[in-house]
Structure formats: C-alpha cells, structure tokens
Design a binder for this molecule. Sequence first.
Ligand SMILES: Nc1ncnc2c1ncn2[C@@H]1O[C@H](COP(=O)(O)OP(=O)(O)O)[C@@H](O)[C@H]1O
Ligand SMILES: [Mg+2]
Length: 383
Amino acid sequence: MTSYLRALRLVNFRNYPDDTVLLGPGLNVVVGDNAQGKTNLLEAISFAVTGSSTRTANDAEVVRWKQDFARVEARVSFDDSSDERKVAVGYAPGQKKRLTVDGASAASLANYSAGGAGVRAVTFFPDDIRIVKGSPSDRREFLDGLLSTLKPSYARAVSEYAKAVQQRNQLLRRIRDGFSSERTLWTWDRKVIELGEEVLRGRQAAIGPLEHYFESSLRALYGSEKAAIRYSYSATLDGYAETLRGAHSSDIDRGTTSVGPHRDDFEVLLGGVNLTTFGSQGQQRLATLALKFAARDHIRGETGEDPILLFDDVMSELDERRRDFLSGYFLESTQAVITTTNLEYFDAEVLGRARVIRISGGAVVDTTSGSVSARELSSQKKA
Ligand SMILES: Nc1ncnc2c1ncn2[C@@H]1O[C@H](COP(=O)(O)OP(=O)(O)O)[C@@H](O)[C@H]1O
Ligand SMILES: [Mg+2]
C-alpha cells in the first residue's frame, strides 16, 4: 500500500489566510520568491501528517499573526483503493491540539504521527545539516524522530525515559545535599533502566539497516569513498544496568546521570574521517541528505510503504550532476514536494513530468501539471 497527499488546505497557518494546494504523485515543485511561504507550505504538510511542526516546539508560532487558531486539512489517497482519508490538525493556543482522521479523534499524537494519518513523511530543511555538523543531541533527535514514526511505543519510551532521567537527577542532588539516602536511588534506577533499555533496543535494531542505506545513498550522491555510521554507547544494552550502578558515586557528586541512551551519539564517517569534526560544508550537506534518504529506505523496509519527501530548498547549493540525480530520485518517488526560488535548477523534461505550484504572499497563484497550466485549462474551458 502506498499513499500520498492529494490536497492540503491551510487556514491561518503562518502567512496563509486560507488556501488549498492540490498535489500530485511523483514530483511537485513549489516555486516562489523569498519570504512568500514556500517553507511554510512544507511545514504545513508535515504538520498535517505528523501533528507537529518540524521547525518549532511552540505550536503557537504556526498560528497566523492576530488570529486565534490554525488548521490544516489533508486528503490522503491510497494507490490500491479509491477511498480517501481526510485528516486534520487544528490548534488554538491554550487548548489541546485536535487531531482527526475521517472526523474521529486520533488515539494520541504518537499514534497519529506513526502512520495514523495514513502517510509518513521524511523532511529536509537546510538547517538539518546540524544532524551531521551539530551536537550529539541533534543526532539523537534524528534517530528518535525516525524510530517514533515507526512505532508509537518508542516515542512514549523516549519521552518517559527523559522524564525519568530528570527525576533521577533531582534525586541525585538531594542525596548529595543530604536530603535523601542512596537507597532510594536503586528504586529509581530500575525505572530508568527499563525505559532506557527500550530506547537502546530500538536504536540498536535500526542502526545496522540505516548504515547500509546511508552507505549506498552517500555513494550515489558523493562518490566511491566508504561511508559509515558508528553508534557510540555510554553503555551497551548488556552492560547498561551494571554501568549505571557503577557510576552511582560520581553521578551523586555531579548531580547528573552520566550513563544511558541520553548520552549516546553516532559518528558519521566518510573514508574513515569523522564528518562532524572534519567534513567540509558540502560533505556535511550531502551526508545529511544521505541520512534522510536512509531514513526513507528504512521506513519503507519496516512498513512496506514509501514515505512522502518534503525537501526545502535542496537544489540551490548543489552542482548540476547532483541536481540531476535528485530530480530523478524525486520523480521516481511516491510523492516529493520540493521548494525552490529558481525553476532553472530543473530540466524542462523533468518539469514536464512534474506539478509546478507557484506561491506568492501566502497564496497559490498558479498550478501547472505537465505542460498545461491550471489557469490555461480554465481559460480554455471558458472559451
Ligand atoms: N505565524 C505567522 N503569521 C504570519 N506570517 C508568518 C508567520 N510565521 C512566519 N510568517 C511569515 O512568513 C513569511 C515567510 O515564509 P517562508 O515560508 O519562510 O518563505 P519562503 O518562501 O522564503 O520559504 C515571512 O515573511 C514571515 O514573516
Ligand atoms: Mg524558505
């Protein structure tokens, strides 16, 4: 089963007052000048299929200024059926977010984003280069985000684990300051270990396939040098409980939990060189793309379904050979929505097979499919 978005309506979302965007399978190119709403449109699509913004943890930011709610509605098509699914996410600051699938409330945000909406997405925003370039927490967030779209229980384990570690840290400080005994720590450790093991198990199972996909994606994008991902454990699954307990006294001294998946990282290597430390900007960018392609392959491998691709301004910093490669990649995907300021990044032949959506000032001004534009079509009908 493969699904994609047929249409998206944005109401008071960022700079869109109320507009509907029609999307096709395969490549959709969103074109417009700077600050017209291209990135906002991709954010809205991902908001509709995951229930959250990729750009901010503060939902209030997506609400159009001076308005009191934002809403996105999407129609999801399935290639093996003529049924459509209508999904919607509504948010009014101060109220609980409303997620619905065919009018019925979704069981939870975790369920909705892990396939409940009927479609999954892999996004690329220019800032995502921090996955390769940035801190360990950026890389963990990438892994956890990917695993959460595959399994709602993983998303819950990650967030409960983070809370448990916070509470353990508070307890460590109370023990250090003489307000609690070390015995209480053993009780907390059990909870931390149980959740931490679930997180570790998830990551451990994913890293092998991800590395395999990453290697072949980076080879296609970059060249023949051997690429690799190497997960670095603060404690392996087997030795986790023992290592955590072995760190009791130093954890109490520092008032913080030094062992567990919240301290792990993974190295991104090209030709044996760590790209986080030594990569050029270009290598880091291509490695980020390869990680996103690997995420897509992994989702497909695990679910049998191809996620849609939402890639923001990905062509601008690439050379022609790589732009051609990406054009082909997107054309052959179930659905890709790609933003650009410049249509010349795409061959005429590619554009002929794509849907081109022109954006200006928070509105769709024109949609061209194949070589005939919607506007031309409607003027032909009138004539
Ligand atoms: N909550 C909001 N309400 C209204 N306008 C917003 C909101 N958030 C961002 N914008 C505006 O959206 C515009 C840019 O949108 P964006 O999608 O980033 O443009 P681009 O086409 O360059 O990707 C900016 O002018 C910004 O001020
Ligand atoms: Mg933009």
